[in-house]
Design a protein around this ligand. Sequence first.
Ligand code: HSE
Length: 438
Amino acid sequence: MVAPLKVGIAGLGTVGAEVVRLIETQARVLAGRSGRGIRVVAVTARSKAKKRGVDLRGVEWAKDPLALATHPEVDCFVELMGGAGDPALAAVEAALNAGKSVVTANKALLAKHGIKLAKAAEKHGGALNFEAAVGAAIPVIKTLREGLAGTGVNRVYGILNGTCNYILTRMEQEGLSFAECLKDAQRLGYAEADPSFDVDGHDTAQKLAILASLAFGTKVAQSAVYVEGISSIAPEDLRAAADLGYRVKLLGVAVRTAKGIEQRVHPTMVPKSSSIAQVMGVTNAVTIDGEGIPPITLVGPGAGGAATASAVVADIADVARGIRANPFGRPISHLHDTTKAPMERHEGGYYIRLLARDFPGTAAAIATRLAEQKISIESIVQRHPNGGAAPATGKAAPVPVILITYATHEDAVRRALAAVQRDKVISGRPQVIRIEKN
Ligand code: HSE
């Protein structure tokens, strides 16, 4: 009979406690599928006293993460503390250097130190599994790393942050404010400890960097990702998008272009009829455009304790089965440096919302500046706030003008809008949202 896999878990927050519970309640299923038992032998967390609703009797309490990572009884070290630095980094490195397998949900750690850690795993023979780091319960790492091993990838994109999708969905459907929706996301346990990490797009950027590495065989590099968050999105953008047949989503997009790999995170208008536009609430989705096959879209719960624990336990089950894949899908020596495609050369359609000063010549000035940059307009709508009636004060109030462009370059749009601002025909800053066609 094969001895059970002995697991040590560092971090007993919502996810850690759920992992302990799943290993206990699914023990028979896991043993059946892995061909051996899985047993939690030791744990560590900041507070020993905290009530977690799981039975830890008979489980050793290690003095700190490092002690747990190198504990002679532990075969598989599960890191659920989070954070790109210590103690997570030191503990994961120590476990790998000791030849143990590591399972982690820590996207920050992988986006920053993924290559260094994968090298340690490769050198000492342990597995480094991180399915839960991207899209929680969605098996997207396995899909890219193993399922599509024989297929070239041209683009991978998705809704990778549950908090942002939850906020945008509720803002759109219920007309609620950004702040109200964020508070609910925090209450429901979707948001990071510092929610600016979610809403400013950094959480998505880390996940995208990991996906890009798996998709394109590049060394994971968060610094190669262009990032914009959702805090500038106003209810009027969501309404205008709906009127024009689009929805706004925070997308992470990694795409192979002639200029290199473009990796970008920003609010994006997607056609309402696309699969990605149907994904609402905290749900995540990833679409992979593979060579010679139609796109594959994986949809599922991307945040929360149960969804994250589901992927962590599946990773532990792989270790129990003795499966060891190269962490980033290839031996380290086969991963190449990222050639970062400059964002200024990004090509695509744009949604532009301007607050135009309502006097003769404004529309002509805007059209001229766009034409100078060879930007062609697909549609243009001017929405007078009081239905076109003359302003009561006699003074021209600014009117929202919404433009959709045909495909153009980012730097052309930036130059045109800078010129429009210099012309003083608009109030405030233009709102720009990139359009992603499926
Ligand atoms: N804060 C993340 C999200 C949780 O909202 O998707 C999982 O990374």
